[in-house]
Design a protein around this ligand. Structure first.
Ligand code: AMP
Length: 230
């Protein structure tokens, strides 16, 4: 029934995770996805998939991503618009890595308005810059199931074997090197950090200390997500 579908879409929460590379956006987004049945939308993941598939957008984005810069707003907005059109997003979404510029934030407001939705919460993961290079250079992921690990903070129980799926193919991102991380942090401070004010002005910003243990940060986020779901 059309009415019920509209109601469902309006009620579906929309969360944004803000924070520099290495702040834990992906890890926390996956935990929220599992716990609350919402869908994680990572523009980084979508772009990496486009690069791998060799799509037009992927080919245009590849060099910028390798250098640690920001891919053009037009490419990223188009990729996000396509993904938002998938039905599963009606369960609510956690945006991880988008928006990263004011233009993207404005485009997102318009896309959501078309769906009679708005941002319920923009959660800024607050971390020390100095730590980010260490965090990022040690991280790796299971290629089979996407579970994230870290050399120092979250090693698999048995070295080389994924705790979740038993897979043995562990991958490190090509842009997780010390040099590229510096460029990514610079892009974050120049173009993305000002978005905290954008969402503060709209009464949607939550600042969350995110230097501690993954589980402690998750607990702080749980409280915010639960509150936005009413
Ligand atoms: P991430 O996985 O979020 O760290 O993103 C990896 C890379 O993809 C970034 O360093 C950018 O080059 C690109 N990227 C991801 N999301 C965006 C975005 N919203 N705007 C521009 N570039 C992006």
């Amino acid at each position: 029934m059309a009415m019920a579908e509209t109601t469902l879409a309006v009620a579906a929460p929309v969360l944004i995770l803000l924070g520099p590379p290495g702040a834990g956006k992906g890890t926390q987004a996956r935990m929220i996805e599992e716990k609350f049945g919402m869908v994680q939308l990572s523009t980084g993941d979508l772009l990496r998939a486009a690069v791998k598939q060799g799509t037009d957008a992927g080919n245009r984005a590849k060099a910028v991503m390798e250098a640690g810069g920001l891919v053009s707003d037009d490419i990223v907005i188009a990729i996000l618009r396509d993904r938002l059109a998938d039905r599963d997003t009606e369960q609510g979404v956690i945006l991880d890595g988008f928006p990263r510029t004011t233009r993207q934030a404005e485009a997102l407001d318009l896309l959501l308005a078309e769906r009679e939705q708005k941002i319920d919460a923009a959660i800024s993961l607050e971390v020390d810059d100095g730590e980010m290079v260490t965090r990022i250079s040690g991280r790796f992921t299971c290629a089979g199931c996407g579970e994230g690990y870290h050399d120092s903070f979250k090693a698999p129980k048995t070295a080389g074997i994924c705790d979740s799926c038993g897979g043995t193919d562990m991958i490190r991102r090509a842009d997780d090197t010390a040099e590229t991380v510096s460029s990514r942090l610079a892009a974050y401070h120049a173009q993305t950090a000002p978005l905290a004010q954008y969402y503060a002005d709209r009464g949607a910003l939550h600042r969350v200390p995110a230097m501690g243990a993954i589980a402690d940060v998750a607990e702080r986020l749980d409280a915010i997500v639960t509150a936005t779901r009413g």
